[in-house]
Write a protein that binds this ligand. Structure first.
Ligand code: F6R
Length: 249
């Protein structure tokens, strides 16, 4: 595990974007596993900037998103498909046919999960998986307590996650209760993983993920077993390491 500390969100975003751009330069048709949420916004802004400067090319890149709310269509502004279009895809030269996101409108759960797993397999697996971390230690929408062996599945979102994500909706009641998410098994099969975290709200989750026991109670703790993980987090997210006398990196 390679751990990089950044001063703040801006620096965290640049460092994480550097790791993604290195992957894209080394393998122009890389399969990137992408995430939504507040954490990757700065990373995506940086990648867009480098794309506009001619330093990055998305022409052959394939992308597989981690998750999507069940029940939301791709043109619903709260959907993750919409988020990805607004915050990355519409601003770079990725080909629409190379973009994969679970279909939130598919009612047949088994069918959608099989479809998505076979897409990932058909692409030859994920080269670099970008992850944020939930305040409860979730990665993707793999909530505490779920088995580590799962592939794409339909998740009932925990109250913690519904509360945390309510900021993007008019009220907590509007947050969908279910989502399609790739599983821990899909994530662990990625050739490399980049987990980004920012702010003190993530400090306990990050501390437990990296220093605590490996347990489904903290889904991100499984990353301790992957042999090619980058952690990029800022001082806020690492604050408990200092307080508890743990070395970073
Ligand atoms: C998003 C995802 C989630 C988020 C996590 C952190 O696609 O899979 O696991 O990465 O909830 O969200 P933010 O970055 O908004 O704090």
């Amino acid at each position: 595990m390679r751990i990089y500390q950044a001063h703040d969100y801006h620096e965290m975003s640049r460092k994480a974007a550097n790791i993604i751009s290195a992957q894209m330069i080394m393998k122009p048709d890389a399969v990137l596993g992408l995430a939504t949420g507040s954490t990757p916004l700065g990373i995506y802004r940086q990648l867009i900037d480098w794309y506009h400067k001619g330093d990055l090319d998305f022409a052959e890149i394939r992308s597989v998103n981690l998750d999507e709310y069940k029940g939301l269509s791709a043109d619903n502004p709260q959907s993750y498909a919409y988020f990805m279009r607004a915050n990355l895809f519409s601003q770079v030269n990725i080909r629409p046919e190379n973009i994969y996101i679970p279909n939130g409108l598919e009612e047949d759960i088994e069918k959608e999960c099989l479809r998505y797993n076979s897409i990932i397999r058909g692409l030859g697996g994920i080269d670099l998986q970008l992850l944020g971390i939930g305040t409860n230690g979730h990665i993707g929408f793999n909530e505490p307590g779920e088995a580590f062996e799962t592939e794409t599945h339909c998740v009932r979102l925990s109250q913690d996650t519904i509360r945390a994500n309510a900021r993007f909706f008019d009220s907590m009641e509007d947050v969908p209760k279910h989502a399609y998410s790739t599983g821990i098994k899909n994530i662990m099969q990625a050739k490399s993983i980049l987990l980004a975290a920012s702010g003190e709200a993530k400090a306990e989750a990050l501390y437990q993920a990296l220093c605590g026991p490996i347990s489904p109670a903290v889904p991100a703790s499984i990353l301790q077993l992957h042999n090619n993980v980058y952690i990029v987090a800022d001082e806020g997210a690492f604050s408990l390491f200092r307080e508890r006398g743990k070395r970073i990196g």
